[in-house]
Design a protein around this ligand. Structure first.
Ligand SMILES: O=C(O)CCC(=O)C(=O)O
Length: 311
């Protein structure tokens, strides 16, 4: 299924991100919204409850306070991961249908107030000191309409197209995960409910502060070429889905309640979903061990801490 137009592809090349409208139907969005509030043990009608759960400490320090919700395998999340329109959009960008989907988290970025003042951040998940620059994609599905003040996605548009030249102007000891923002212009992107925003990982990006009165709710979804020869990663992914196990890794500390494993339900998968997980193969005749290394990906892949995803 082709999803992106020629204009979309040009926008992607120029700006380093693209928005796919109506990527998921409203009922799917509502199911994820309900699941997030339940998982967080918060009442959407009672703002006092939104600040109750202390943030767990993220290994990637800039994420602290940004409202990352470590729910990974709820059936409502899988329902969106297996939508043909979302798969089609990533397939257009990667130039192949043979993709795996990330087993990724959600975001509930609540409004700032006197005793809660999240400043936002701009970062790269990839290591921009590596040559050649790693290439990957990341994505976020907006569950509600999100105004520019509401704590959504922000970035430095156009940076991937000029990243090597910009790096050449920077000191050798620069932070390869956090750009010096001097002279760089940040855009906070407004989105509609159901928009899927996909960005090139070379784009400096992050979560903006929520200066509105409404929370920002989102689900992270990305896809990368399937590593069907990487049997360790494939088995890990199947176990994660089947037993509802959170990915491990530096950026995300996991859920100390182990709520999904102990209380959750394993999601039903469509034929497309089975391939996007790795349960069924896109291609026959793949030799196990032929590609990839989960440990290496895990160390380098700050992106999503999902085995099988290199960054
Ligand atoms: O929530 C967003 O819009 C951006 C999230 C982000 O920075 C990340 O996942 O690396």
């Amino acid at each position: 299924m082709h999803v992106l137009s020629t204009d979309d592809l040009e926008f992607w090349q120029e700006h380093g991100y693209v928005i796919i409208p109506e990527a998921a139907p409203p009922e799917n969005l509502q199911s994820v919204i309900d699941a997030i509030w339940e998982f967080q043990e918060m009442n959407p009608q009672d703002p006092e409850s939104w600040y109750r759960t202390p943030d767990r400490v993220n290994g990637m320090v800039e994420l602290n306070g940004s409202g990352m919700v470590e729910m990974y395998n709820h059936p409502a999340l899988w329902a969106n991961r297996q939508l043909p329109r979302i798969h089609g959009a990533f397939a257009d960008l990667w130039g192949t249908d043979h993709l795996w989907v990330t087993i990724d988290r959600c975001n509930l970025n609540v409004p700032n107030r006197a005793e809660f003042d999240f400043g936002g951040f701009i970062h790269w998940d990839i290591d921009t000191s590596v040559t050649p620059l790693p290439f990957d994609m990341q994505g976020v599905l907006s569950l509600t309409d999100t105004t520019p003040e509401q704590g959504g996605f922000q970035c430095v548009p156009g940076m991937p197209a000029r990243l090597p030249e910009w790096i050449a102007t920077q000191p050798a000891d620069r932070n390869p995960h956090r750009p010096d923002m001097a002279g760089l212009e940040v855009k906070t992107v407004a989105t509609r409910a159901g928009d899927l925003l996909i960005w090139n990982s070379q784009l400096p990006h992050g979560v903006s502060p929520n200066r509105s009165s409404q929370p920002r709710l989102a689900q992270y979804i990305s896809m990368s070429p399937a590593q069907e020869g990487n049997e360790v990663a494939r088995q890990w992914r199947i176990d994660s889905w089947l037993h509802r196990i959170a990915p491990e890794g530096n950026p995300f500390p996991g859920d100390p309640r182990d709520w999904e494993r102990t209380h959750g339900t394993t999601a039903a998968l469509t034929p497309l979903g089975r391939k996007l997980l790795g349960l069924d193969r896109w291609q026959e005749g793949i030799v196990a061990g032929a590609e990839g290394d989960m440990a290496t990906n895990q160390q380098r892949g700050r992106t999503r801490a999902t085995p099988g995803f290199a960054s």
